[in-house]
Design a protein around this ligand. Sequence first.
Ligand SMILES: Cc1cc2nc3c(=O)[nH]c(=O)nc-3n(C[C@H](O)[C@H](O)[C@H](O)COP(=O)(O)O)c2cc1C
Length: 354
Amino acid sequence: MPSKLLSPWMLRRLAIRNRICVSPMCQYSATDGMAAPWHLVHLGGMAAGGAGLVMAEATAVVPEGRISPGDLGLWSDAHGAALRPIAAFIADQGAVPAIQLAHAGRKAATARPWEGGAPLAPGQGGWPVKAPSTKPFAPGYPVPHAMTHEDMAAVVTAFAEAAQRALQAGFQVVELHMAHGYLLDSFLSPLANDRSDAYGGTLEGRARLPLEVARAVRLVWPEQWPLFARLSVVDWYPGGFTLDEAVTVAGWLQEAGVDLIDCSSGGMVPDAEIPFAPGYQTPFAAAIRERAGVPTGAVGMITEPVQAEHILVSGQADCVFIGRAMLRDPHWALRAAVVLGDRPPFAQPYHRAY
Ligand SMILES: Cc1cc2nc3c(=O)[nH]c(=O)nc-3n(C[C@H](O)[C@H](O)[C@H](O)COP(=O)(O)O)c2cc1C
């Protein structure tokens, strides 16, 4: 019996073999931003495991946009060359190679999670951080440099150049990271952005830089390939970014050429109270899809094939992004197909396991 989860779909002129997408997940395993064998095994395993789209982690468009010194980067052609075999392997498995482009803003320059994750001062392996305003992320985090118009123009250019390198490396989908309190999200949120110029204040002002980035990337990204944006639909904090605002921004992003909103939440402030539970962010994907009329991806504690199938069949999202469940089982898509009584997308060499 064919399932919706395993059904092929199209975005622009890109055919995707099923609706199971690997959520971008930092591996903190790069040196100077360069992809390593770990990234090939990590991403390649999930492509061989049957996912429809495999998204490489938050990849910094400039060195100072890395969350940690171990983040992937795409600020030079050499970085693109290191990613090329990975994109090729994912595509060879029949999955869509995708990459998330990012700038960490005021949450940049921290230690890897397994080294404590604390902010790293310049001199301890860190670097000065930039943000819309001088508000630090949390006590103990550095005071950011409030970005000038020149700084912002440079960020727009860096995203567009990284997208061009992603294309040359063989990726077919780019996702713009506008979530989790990182740079573009921090422009959207009144909790981080108290600018009084054209890049702050009203929603239009706060969305200006994210929209400039989206338009600049769309200009260099081929018309036939989709562009995604991940939003933190709410900050889960009083005075923060709201669902109503996200609906408006999603519409503006679509006008700017974004084809799908990947609906996440949180990350703007450390003490947000987030009601973690299975599928807790799915209502955001449903609301954006319904109210903004934009295709969406649901993400967050989607672990069971039946749960994922229900999200799609009930029209709450166009695809699901699977994160930690993919780390536990890179062949999650094969198992999902078996559970749903569908045909598992086995790689040829694995067929005898069916
Ligand atoms: C190890 C790890 C790294 C992550 N890195 C990123 C990232 O690079 N970009 C991003 O947007 N989200 C990142 N996330 C969030 C995931 O993409 C996902 O949204 C989140 O884990 C919730 O989905 P899940 O419950 O299926 O794991 C990361 C999560 C984990 C566990």
